[in-house]
Design a protein around this ligand. Sequence first.
Ligand SMILES: [Zn+2]
Ligand SMILES: [Zn+2]
Ligand SMILES: [Zn+2]
Length: 148
Amino acid sequence: MESLCDAAKVLKSNGVRVTPARVVLLEALHSRRGPFTAQELHANLPARSADLVTVYRFLARLVKASLAREIVGSDGVAYYEMACAHNPVHPHFECLSCGRLFCLPLFREEDSARVLDYGTGHRVESVSVVFRGTCAACLANELEEGKK
Ligand SMILES: [Zn+2]
Ligand SMILES: [Zn+2]
Ligand SMILES: [Zn+2]
């Protein structure tokens, strides 16, 4: 398996001060299947290493530095994921039943080019595509409910 980015190095090279909590948070963001809410990332940190407000500020900093992507759900909850070469731009799926946000497979190369084409005349900095509907687990539950 391809090794992941070195969290401390990534922070340093982007002029972000390195602290143990920040390294743990960035590693969690990078190594686990996302996307994650700030609460989920906070819960993953060693106890008392950083409060939730600090986590929010750090995530905002990462997004500003284009190190992380922020995807906002229809309920206004923000989800975060790593924005490095290990996690290329891809669409997301939001379940309107359970509220979970999922990563969908990558755009195929020809699709990515087409998506960027929509910005003709404008400079595209980021692309955010969210499909909304009912997730596989909720669909299965619905079927089960229907059987009763
Ligand atoms: Zn990476
Ligand atoms: Zn669902
Ligand atoms: Zn994703």
